[in-house]
Design a protein around this ligand. Structure first.
Ligand code: ADP
Ligand code: MG
Length: 313
């Protein structure tokens, strides 16, 4: 059994009347890239702030590396690297000085510190910008600096809160690849996002949050398995009668049929050869059709099914 890195039990956090975290529990194990996925306001940042003891909470227990986390747990904190949602660097320090400052909070040995800072600079690809001040950096480069500051001291647990928001595609890819590389080098990662594709791409397990609760948890395959919808077939059609729609509704494994703007959408729960069966029926009935596509559910569909809401960028 892999070691527990983070254990959150029954966490409740209120901001006056608002319940931001509602008996939220979660356990994350060594070696994972764990995705915390949820729309804005679902409680991701609040969870992280509670985890780090930056925020007091009303109820619940938090353990990190098997020890109770408190505001004065310096030893635990030195093993954590945090990249906050809002970039937090010093404007009056250069890129190099910023990374050196944050690394120096935990690494006291001078030679090791210099080596760590150089490695962090290289890791995020800021070699040409070490003498720049943050104000001179583009949004993407600033994000990379923020990341370098968080990881320079080689933490065992790295927490990134929406690190790719408002970042150009090139920097975004670099960030995602970087996270996977850090994980390969042995770090456990917690990654929050409201982008489906990212979480799907890099996370070993995913918790879906909504209104301070965990509404689904598992690998992306497990989450998709929990869904009713397994396949959606869309066909561009000319004329379809009500009676024919009724027939389609009665085909095996179909649970929903809609016709809108000449697009027939058929949703399936399980079954094989669904496409073939539908095409056969359309040919028998002489229904003329244009393009046909069959789609498997994405995490976006998972979210929609669990919450009834669409996830948006
Ligand atoms: P996320 O990071 O998933 O977008 P947050 O954890 O920031 O969500 O917010 C969760 C909920 O708590 C939201 O409804 C938000 O408006 C509220 N909230 C967050 N911070 C505060 C605060 N300092 N005071 C009052 N309400 C807050
Ligand atoms: Mg947030």
């Amino acid at each position: 059994m892999a070691q527990s890195v983070v254990k959150i039990e029954n966490l409740v956090k209120r901001y006056k009347e608002l319940i931001a975290l509602d008996h939220f529990s979660l356990e994350i194990f060594e070696g994972e890239v764990f995705g915390l996925l949820g729309p804005n306001g679902s409680g991701k940042t609040t969870t992280i702030n509670c985890l780090l003891s930056l925020l007091s909470y009303d109820k619940g227990d938090i353990e990190i590396f098997g020890e109770k986390m408190t505001p004065s747990s310096y030893d635990i904190k030195s093993k954590i690297g945090v990249i906050m949602q809002n970039v937090a660097v010093f404007d009056e320090l250069t890129v190099y000085e910023n990374i050196d400052y944050f690394c120096g909070l935990y690494v006291k040995d001078k030679a090791a510190r210099k080596q760590y800072v150089d490695e962090a600079v290289k890791f995020v690809g800021l070699e040409e910008f070490t003498k720049f001040y943050p104000k001179k950096l583009s949004g993407g480069l600033l994000r990379r600096l923020n990341i370098a500051c968080g990881i320079a001291h080689k933490p065992k647990l790295i927490i990134l809160d929406e690190p790719t928001v408002a970042v150009d595609p090139q920097s975004r890819n670099k960030i995602l690849e970087g996270i996977q590389e850090l994980n390969k080098q042995g770090a456990t990662v917690i990654y929050t996002s409201h982008y489906m594709e990212e979480v799907e791409q890099i996370c070993s397990r995913i918790a879906i949050m909504d209104k301070g609760k965990c509404i689904a948890l598992g690998t992306k395959e497990e989450l998709k398995k929990q869904m009713k919808n397994t396949e959606t077939i869309t066909v561009e059609v000319m004329d379809v009668t009500e009676a024919q729609l009724e027939d389609v509704r009665r085909l095996a494994h179909v649970y929903e049929v809609t016709l809108e703007n000449g697009r027939l959408t058929v949703k399936y729960s399980g079954g094989k050869h669904n496409l073939l069966r539908l095409m056969t029926y359309m040919q028998e009935q002489d229904i003329r059709f244009g393009r046909v596509y069959s789609e498997l559910p994405t995490l976006n569909d998972v979210f929609l099914e669990f919450t009834g809401k669409q996830l948006r960028d």
